[in-house]
Design a protein. Structure first.
Length: 137
């Protein structure tokens, strides 16, 4: 699977978005270590806080199927510059992605930025931060 193919799948996933309030469609395509693809789109809710981003939809779909190893993620939206994940999505990525895994951010014009979780969230909170048992001594 090439990065271009993954981006195209993210564009297709974007069309499934449920965005009656913002009209801001986002699509994601997540490639696991076995070569399977998990698509995600943003899903809004009138109460706003239950809204789920495309990236988290794809990640949660994969994790709910037992997948824990990933190779790449593509995210696309209709933006001037390549779309960037929100902070909550970055934190969820920190739970499941290798910090150096390729993340491709794009827009509908074909602009693509290749990045990684290490670049997007350099000081993420991880399970290692819990190893002290909550003690701050």
């Amino acid at each position: 699977m090439t990065d271009k193919e993954l981006m195209e799948l993210a564009v297709q996933a974007r069309e499934r978005a449920y965005v009656p309030y913002s009209q801001f469609k986002v699509g994601a395509a997540l490639l696991d270590a076995q070569g399977r693809i998990y698509l995600g789109c943003n899903i809004e809710n009138a109460a706003f806080s239950p809204t789920n981003c495309a990236e988290r939809t794809a990640i949660f779909k994969a994790v709910s199927e037992g997948v824990r190893e990933f190779k790449a993620l593509a995210v696309v939206a209709d933006t001037e510059e390549p779309v960037t994940p929100c902070g909550v999505c970055r934190q969820v990525m920190a739970e499941f992605f290798d910090p150096q895994m390729p993340i491709y951010l794009g827009n509908l014009r074909g602009d693509v930025l290749k990045t990684s979780l290490a670049e997007l969230l350099p000081a993420s909170f991880t399970s290692k931060d819990l190893e002290s048992g909550g003690s701050h001594d």
